[in-house]
Ligand binder design. Structure first.
Ligand SMILES: Cc1ncc(COP(=O)(O)O)c(C=O)c1O
Length: 434
């Protein structure tokens, strides 16, 4: 390898450490130079297979030609007007297209922000304005962002909430239903009933917020029965349901919105990540009547729904439709689960393999009863795969889950190549452990 290139990552990591606060974490000591599809090249010229996709963002692959072309064309025309000052077609067309897809009851309306956390903040604003109530019920293990309100909603202390409080008032957490870790659907519903009894009466609750597949918390799909019972509770008490689809949305799970798998209709949906194909945009989509509750001027932001990001998002929607990426997500997910189950047959520390579409995870334990999570195996596997130039990311309340979220455009050959590396990495980790 070119001598000048060697050590580039280490050199840049040193500059990074000197220039940035340590709170800005980084999963891998790696600096990118370019990326295409499901492959990424670093500043030393090495090629990596990407099973992370910028945390489920480039569902359409790095630098999808349609997305790049649409953004470049928009850049030639204009880059910023501030939508609330001078409007543009891309914003309205994107809203129309998402409204037509949204699985909510009756007509939908949408508006745009830049990040996932902003989308959640605004969903809460809309829910409070519509209901005139303050309370929001989230779930243990949830991740809704890093702003103060969204940290309040997030159900995990370390590292997100550590030394960050106080958080906004009137936020409550219910148990998340996860049989694997000992919480049943009945216990989750009972937890909500206890909140109603001990902490806040239902008449003061504006919304439940739930990720249809818990993301950072561990890639646990929410059982359909829980969503149905939540809908029934919501309807009984005039409470809204916000589906946080920031990680699950845009074809990742085999549907544009993951909640479609359940047939349950939320009142508001938040979306980000996959929507912009790498450009920062988030959406708040909901029942028109609910969305119109905020007075003019109460929603928006200088950069929200930027022309570039809207153009990119429209190209993402085209790619999802034309390349049948929902169907592809299902195929990728099935193949991933098959390979993971095969690995579990010789690696009993893999205690669970699960997924919805191409949102797939596997979880390590020290014991067959699943009482002792094994985050050290997870960490060692991520590190070993990295050495072999496969990018992986862990998650989960116990840090023992690996989540797979490849671009949905990757072909079978690259998927198998990545899995061959994953398998070899796990064999090496287990051999090292003796
Ligand atoms: C479900 C969910 N909600 C909200 C967020 C926050 O999004 P952002 O990091 O764009 O603010 C994330 C990010 O991972 C997420 O997964």
């Amino acid at each position: 390898m070119n001598q000048a290139l060697q050590q580039q990552n280490a050199h840049m990591m040193a500059r990074r450490s000197a220039a940035l606060p340590r709170g800005v974490g980084q999963a891998h000591s790696l600096f990118a130079s370019r990326a295409k599809g499901a492959e990424l090249w670093d500043v030393e010229g090495r090629r990596f297979i990407d099973f992370v996709a910028g945390i489920a963002v480039v569902n359409t692959g790095h630098c999808h030609p349609k997305v790049v072309e649409a953004a470049a064309a928009q850049m030639e025309a204009f880059t910023h007007t501030c939508f609330q000052v001078v409007a543009y077609d891309g914003y309205v067309t994107l809203a129309e297209r998402l409204n037509a897809l949204a699985p909510v009851a009756g007509p939908a309306k949408s508006f745009f922000m830049s990040t996932g956390a902003e989308a959640v903040e605004n969903a809460v604003k809309v829910a409070r304005a519509y209901t005139g109530r303050p309370g929001i019920i989230a779930f243990n293990g949830a991740f809704h962002g890093r702003t103060c309100m969204t940290l309040g909603l997030t159900g995990k202390v370390d590292p997100y909430k550590l030394r960050m409080g106080p958080f906004p008032a009137e936020i409550y957490h219910a148990p998340f239903p996860c049989e694997l870790h000992g919480t049943s659907i009945d216990e989750a519903i009972h937890g909500i009933e206890l909140l109603f009894k001990n902490d806040i009466e239902p008449a003061r609750v504006a919304a439940f917020i739930i990720e249809p597949v818990q993301g950072e918390g561990g890639y646990y799909p929410v059982p359909t029965e829980l969503l149905q019972r939540l809908r029934a509770l919501a309807d009984k008490h005039g409470i809204l349901i916000i589906a946080d689809e920031i990680q699950t949305g845009m074809a990742r799970t085999g549907k544009v919105f993951a909640i479609e798998h359940s047939g349950v209709q939320p009142d508001i949906i938040t979306m980000a990540k996959g929507l912009g194909g790498g450009f920062p945009i988030s959406a708040i989509i909901g029942r028109a009547e609910v969305m119109d509750a905020v007075s003019p001027g109460g929603l928006g932001g200088t950069y929200s729904g930027s022309p570039l990001a809207c153009a990119a998002a429209l190209a993402v929607l085209d790619a999802v439709e034309e390349e049948k990426l929902c169907e592809r997500a299902v195929q990728i997910g099935a193949r991933m689960q098959a390979r993971l189950r095969d690995m579990a047959s010789w690696a009993p520390c893999i205690g669970d393999v699960r997924g919805l579409g191409a949102m797939v995870a596997f979880e390590f334990f020290h014991d067959a009863e699943h009482t002792r999570p094994a985050p050290e195996i997870t960490k060692a596997l991520v590190a070993e795969a990295f050495k072999r130039q496969l990018l992986l990311l862990s998650c989960g309340s116990y840090g023992n889950v690996i989540r797979l979220m490849t671009p949905l455009t990757l072909d079978d050959a690259l998927l198998e190549e990545g899995f061959d590396v994953l398998e070899a990495s796990l064999r090496a980790v287990l051999a090292a452990q003796g």
